[in-house]
Write a protein that binds this ligand. Structure first.
Ligand code: 4AD
Ligand code: MG
Length: 504
């Protein structure tokens, strides 16, 4: 029988009936006397390996029986189809070699609190959830690059150390650059505008930094953003670009990750609906929605649904607790129940938070006044009321960045947009047409009290062949959260940086 010594779990389907050797780690194990079921992971997937007494040497059978979670090993056997097995294939084991045994791996199938898992992110990355999210993030980033590369955009790498601020000076991380004060970039946009005047269509893609004193589930201090910038474009052109872009990346993520999205419990049917055109609202229309009776009714109904949901979770918890207390369960069954209980309790506490926030959000919406930026809860409400992404355009000038172009027909607003993901996930894109008039831009810089000398080169772009231009930025972690259904964006990057937490 041919033997492939470098087989990978993702390739098992091509090796039916063959003898293969997998290299990986022990993910889970259960034993019923004469048969052991070892779940192995190798970075490409999971595979159940069945070890029967008598089919391997007795000494090896005993070694495997005592092997700890996350021990590394190679394992050899023949591949067979097994619908009930994870991945649909399993290995009938004939041999194994332990590479490095692990004992007392700290993350067991029983559940752990969020803080514990964050402190152990270097190990928790090996969990199925983190692995699925990491793979989805990878395909998302690949799709993002492909979209721009295939649509005539040139990649420009913008600097991380800069003197110029774009998104408000109160959110800058300062750096001492050989005695000159500098900061870590909040956006590549301003440099990208210079590049757009050379290449026409450009994009940058890198880490960005915000010293926002914000501990919400939507904020990181270091996050990844992709920013396209286009010369000769207006607001309608930007919206069209953004909806084609988002539809493309969602379709690509779906195409390559159905199984992983299912594992994560993502709403695949909802993602399949993400096609142009998206909804379009002006800020003023959004403000009217927020203060309407319709919104109050919507939130009252949501509260009712949340209370029902809470009741269902509580029932499920007591059912499992009774089952667990009734005795006669095998260890693996107890572990499974313990893990389910942890998930249910997390869901319960999330539901409780939503129930607690609902009346606060209703009050904030009712009291919304024209001129304020939309807050997180306002975005959530608008986004929950729609089944596809929503563009909100034409925000009040006073609430937005200096570089946004004043609407020449309605000078109280700017030609900008935010794109809100549906189902309550909120803003994933912020963008605008840029002010291209020299005098108006100088006025905006002065109004915001920014140091004019840092902006001289930026103003040059309005002196030498200024053109209408614009672009936007999409946050990778927020997009991953939306696609995977993760409630907190800290789960959507391998090593998250948050205001109050940087563990490893
Ligand atoms: O809306 P923002 O601040 O826009 C800009 O930075 C523009 N200069 C982009 C441009 O026009 N080229 O940020 C854009 C996106 C947000 O919609 C959000 O997805 C993400 O970046 N983002 C964050 N993600 C995680 N943590 C934070 N603290 C974020 N701040 C913004
Ligand atoms: Mg924004």
């Amino acid at each position: 029988m041919p033997c492939d010594s470098k087989s990978r779990i993702s390739e098992l389907k091509n090796n039916l009936g063959r003898q293969v050797t997998l290299s990986g780690w022990l993910y889970q194990a259960r034993s019923s006397g004469k048969v052991q079921f070892l779940i192995i992971r190798d970075g490409t997937g999971l595979c159940q390996c069945v070890v029967e007494k008598g089919k391997v040497p007795d000494e090896l059978f005993e070694q495997l029986r005592h092997l700890g979670q996350e021990s590394s090993l190679t394992i050899t056997g023949s591949v067979r189809e097994e619908q009930r097995s994870v991945g649909g294939y399993e290995l009938a084991v004939t041999d194994a070699k332990i590479i490095s045994p692990a004992t007392d791996y700290p993350i067991t199938p029983k559940s752990h609190g969020v803080d514990f898992l964050l402190k152990n992110r270097h190990l928790h990355l090996r969990s199925q959830r983190q692995w699925c999210i990491g793979k989805i993030r990878h395909t998302l980033i690949d799709a993002i690059r492909r979209f721009f590369n295939d649509n005539g955009f040139t990649l420009i790498d913008t600097p991380i150390f800069t003197a110029i601020a774009a998104e408000g000076e109160q959110t800058l991380f300062e750096a001492d650059y050989f005695g000159t004060p500098m900061h870590l970039t909040q956006t590549g946009q301003l440099h990208l505008e210079a590049a757009a005047m050379s290449f026409g269509r450009v994009y940058c893609f890198g880490p960005t930094f915000r010293a926002e004193k914000s501990k919400t589930r939507r904020h990181l201090t270091e996050f990844w953003m992709v920013e396209p910038e286009v010369a000769f474009i207006d607001l309608d052109g930007l919206l069209e670009l953004a909806e084609n872009f988002v539809s493309f990346i969602v379709a690509e993520v779906l195409r390559e990750n159905k199984g992983r999205l299912e594992t994560l419990g993502a709403d695949i049917a909802a993602l399949e609906k993400i096609k142009p055109p998206f909804y379009r609202l002006t800020y003023t229309e959004a403000a009217d929605i927020l203060t309407s009776q319709k919104t109050q009714d919507f939130l009252a109904q949501e509260l009712q649904e949340l209370q029902n949901q809470k009741q269902q979770i509580e029932n499920k918890i007591s059912e499992l607790e009774n089952k667990s207390a009734s005795g006669g369960l095998k260890q693996w069954q107890k572990d499974k129940i313990a893990a389910e209980l942890i998930e249910l309790r997390t869901a319960l506490s999330e539901t409780d938070t939503k129930i607690e926030n609902n009346p606060k959000h209703a009050k904030l919406a009712a009291e919304f006044t024209w001129g304020k930026d939309l807050g997180g809860s306002d975005e959530t409400i608008i986004s929950q009321m729609h089944d596809k992404p929503v563009f909100v355009t034409h925000y009040p000038k006073q609430a937005k960045a200096f570089y946004m172009k004043t609407d020449r027909d309605e000078t109280k607003v700017v030609l900008n947009f935010d794109l809100l993901a549906p189902a309550g996930f909120g803003e994933i894109i912020g963008g605008s047409v840029r002010e291209d008039d020299y005098e108006l831009l100088v006025k905006r810089i002065k109004e915001q009290g920014l140091d004019m000398k840092n902006y001289e080169w930026y103003l040059d772009l309005r002196k030498y062949g200024s053109v209408p231009h614009g672009g936007f930025g999409l946050g990778v972690e927020r997009t991953v959260a939306w696609l995977t259904g993760e409630q907190h964006i800290r789960q959507c990057i391998a090593f998250p940086r948050m205001m109050d937490k940087v563990y490893i």
